[in-house]
Design a protein. Structure first.
Length: 366
């Protein structure tokens, strides 16, 4: 059986008009980021695997470089590449450093909600701060960018990835369990396992999830150990208040996919999408001397927006019959038409996906 024309599982061709919609959406997202002072970088699709700091190693497609004989990998995420650029080639630039990107990422396999193995990722990273003000800016830019694409029903799910570890360090008893056990049980909302292990103190955290202000109120009823945690809750409340017209929820213990985040993580959802359209949060970037630099950012997954039908421009195609002046074509394009020049007499407009034709000195319906 021939494999000609077939693609590996999880990969696909983008055809007209979806391919153009993808490019248009990327432009919309990056234009919003640029308007907020984020400058574009373009890291390579392939790097030495050891240099790819973000994304699970299990998600990477890897192979041996025939030149260096070292292991190369296709990136499964671009965030880490932006961090690498920030602490190497842009290490001397003033902070905070605002960078954005767009490009393809690949992974070994998809999942049930997102079966594709290649995705278009666009995002922005603020390097040098993860303060509440930085978090407010990054979240606002992400929401504005998605709104600009036409996506409706936006919602943000916030999480506090280090909360459980911070509580354990401050003296909350883990009972007979390890920290990783308790974190896994909280991720799975497994009240029985927590109680059986004597980690009862963490059980109320499961109920403290839902609409952000009610979740925060439930958390503040607990015996929280220090002012730093309370200040974090106040920062999250202020973040939520700044997201006008957006539904905001909080799950204080959710860690799946946020293992490298620090005080804040977030997922973005929209109407009509089964999977998240983006995620982000606070994290640290390691310098070569071991110093850790705070950062916060977001990544958006553009393909889901294309599948919703967003990004398709309303410009109309007009057929220019053989012999039409080049000046006429130029004038029509300036007016916003897409012109398609006929290469032979008798060309049919509809066969060339044109809704109009230039005839008798004017544009007319085909």
């Amino acid at each position: 059986m021939t494999s000609f024309g077939l693609l590996p599982e999880g990969l696909r061709d983008r055809l007209p008009p979806q391919a153009q919609a993808l490019a248009s959406l990327v432009r919309t997202l990056t234009d919003v980021c640029a308007a907020h002072g984020y400058e574009r970088v373009a890291p390579p699709l392939i790097e030495y695997e050891a240099s790819l700091a973000s994304g699970s190693s299990r998600e990477r497609l890897r192979f041996t470089d025939p030149v260096s004989q070292m292991t190369l990998a296709l990136r499964s995420d671009i965030t880490g590449q932006v961090g690498r650029i920030a602490v190497t080639r842009l290490a001397g630039q003033a902070r905070p450093l605002r960078l954005m990107y767009a490009g393809q990422v690949a992974r070994v396999r998809g999942d049930q909600l997102s079966p594709e193995r290649e995705r278009t990722q666009a995002g922005a990273e603020l390097i040098g701060s993860d303060s509440p003000a930085a978090a407010a800016e990054v979240l606002a830019v992400a929401v504005e960018a998605l709104t600009a694409t036409g996506l409706t029903g936006l919602s943000v799910d916030l999480t506090m990835p280090t909360l459980v570890a911070d509580l354990a360090a401050a003296g909350w008893s883990l009972g007979r369990a390890s920290l990783s056990d308790v974190q896994a049980w909280l991720d799975g909302k497994d009240v029985g396992a927590l109680r059986a292990a004597g980690a009862d103190q963490y059980v109320p955290l499961i109920a403290a999830a839902g609409p952000v202000h009610s979740a925060l109120a439930a958390l503040k009823q607990l015996d929280l150990p220090n002012d730093a945690v309370l200040a974090r809750l106040d920062a999250i409340a202020a973040l939520a208040d700044g997201l006008n017209g957006v539904s905001v929820t909080l799950d204080p213990t959710e860690r799946h996919g946020f293992e490298y985040q620090t005080w804040l993580g977030f997922s973005l959802f929209g109407a009509g999408l089964m999977a998240e359209v983006g995620r982000g949060g606070a994290y640290t970037v390691a310098h070569g001397d071991g110093r850790q630099e705070a950062a916060i950012g977001f990544s958006l997954y553009v393909d889901g927006l294309v599948d919703l039908g967003l990004g398709q421009e309303a410009r109309t195609r007009v057929l220019l019959p053989v012999g039409t002046s080049a000046d006429i074509g130029a004038e029509l394009r300036q007016q916003g038409w897409i012109t398609v020049a006929a290469l032979e007499a008798g060309a049919e407009a509809k066969a060339l996906n044109c809704s109009h034709i230039f005839a008798d000195g004017a544009v007319r319906p085909a």
